[in-house]
Design a protein around this ligand. Structure first.
Ligand SMILES: Cc1cc2nc3c(=O)[nH]c(=O)nc-3n(C[C@H](O)[C@H](O)[C@H](O)COP(=O)(O)O)c2cc1C
Length: 351
């Protein structure tokens, strides 16, 4: 490929990422009618709790590391000037709280090294936490995709690597690549050849049990359901296109709560990390996602918005307040540990 074309491609990737950030700083891109599904559930209040709230520990395993809260700042950005600053700040938050952090798609880093620092800054600012690399499904279809992943993982000293599947977004994106033929085969090869744990995530339309089973059979070690009810990536692309075509897909997807309860059932047969995300926008959502069976919960857009409005201190305060809510829920349901919270469970609200 000649230099000029590479530069042009890279500019397009950076521009797209920049527009995504700008739109996601607004609430215009939320689902319209569909919820994340947690409103169907409530906790069973336990009037004679004997839990000592100050003794509750929320630390959790994240592959080979231990994090202080079962929380991941979802993959968002990289590959633009703006991204470097955002990632630098998110890394400080994640490092201070000892939680996990994902980088946004590293596709741009494959095109040239102009914005490599926008990814590398994360490990620089967060030496010890679990960091996740990221690339889209469309980029792993070629032969030797495992080499790309190894290269990208090394760039950020990743602990695990995320492959995002986003068929709806690709379908609606101008110049999208809605063709994942050969995906599972490629994924299986990558899982065999890359020593890091591979996680597959959606971006807001959810992963059902059937798809999750195929992913686990291919060898993935983590599934992030990224279900419906939070950020609508159909919405983001429709707004970018300034064209209402595709609007009937704005609310497309499986609510996050339904994804978690479906995919959790596979824990009887496979050993994997279940990440609950997609519209986790407050502590009660986080508590319900954990109680339904998530090992870790994750959020994207609300964190970005909070960072923009209130900086590092604001995001830290937000995440700590969510886990304060989780502890209160545990106290009120007589749950000493997250495992007990999962057992004491949620009940579906009868209508
Ligand atoms: C600004 C922005 C950029 C994103 N970029 C990526 C990305 O590069 N790779 C990815 O896997 N997911 C990406 N996502 C999707 C999120 O990781 C997440 O799955 C999705 O937004 C749903 O979570 P939410 O409802 O908490 O926003 C992005 C999200 C936001 C808000």
């Amino acid at each position: 490929m000649n230099d000029k074309i590479t530069r042009k491609m890279s500019e397009t990737t950076s521009k797209r990422k920049k527009e995504h950030i700008e739109l996601c700083l607004t609430d215009k891109v939320a689902f319209i009618e569909k919820s994340n599904g947690f409103d169907k559930y409530e906790f069973s209040h336990y009037a004679i709790t004997e839990i000592e709230i100050e003794k509750i520990k929320l630390s959790a395993k994240f592959f080979n590391k231990v994090i202080d809260f079962p929380f991941l700042i979802s993959c968002m950005t990289g590959g633009t000037m703006e991204a470097e600053n955002i990632n630098a700040l998110l890394a400080v938050v994640a490092n201070n709280l000892n939680i996990a952090l994902g980088v946004g798609s590293q596709r741009q880093a494959l095109e040239n090294d102009t914005h490599h620092n926008s990814y590398k800054i994360i490990r620089k600012n967060a030496p010890k936490i679990p960091i996740l690399g990221n690339i889209g499904a469309a980029q792993i279809l070629s032969a030797k995709a495992e080499d790309k992943i190894k290269y990208l993982a090394e760039l950020i000293e990743a602990d695990a690597f995320v492959i995002h599947v986003n068929p709806l977004q690709e379908l609606l994106q101008k110049n999208g690549e809605p063709n994942f033929k050969g995906f599972l085969k490629s994924l299986e090869r990558i899982c065999n050849k890359v020593s890091l744990p591979i996680i597959v995530k959606e971006v807001g339309a959810g992963i059902n049990r059937k798809a999750a089973k195929k992913l686990l059979e291919a060898g993935v070690k983590g599934i992030d359901v990224a279900g419906a009810g939070g950020t609508s990536w159909a919405g983001v692309e429709i707004l970018r296109n300034k064209d209402e075509r595709g609007i009937e897909f704005w609310d497309w997807g499986i609510p996050t709560a339904d994804c978690i309860s479906e995919v959790k059932k596979l824990k009887n047969h496979f050993d994997f990390m279940l990440i609950g995300s997609g519209g986790i926008n407050n502590g009660m959502d986080a508590a319900k996602a954990l109680a339904l069976g998530s090992d870790v919960v994750a959020s994207a857009r609300i964190i970005l918005q909070c960072l923009d409005q209130s900086g590092i201190a604001g995001v830290e305060k937000l995440i700590l307040s969510w886990f304060d809510t989780v502890k209160k829920v545990m106290y009120l349901t007589n749950s000493r540990s997250l495992n007990q919270l999962r057992k004491n469970g949620l009940q579906e609200i009868r209508k």
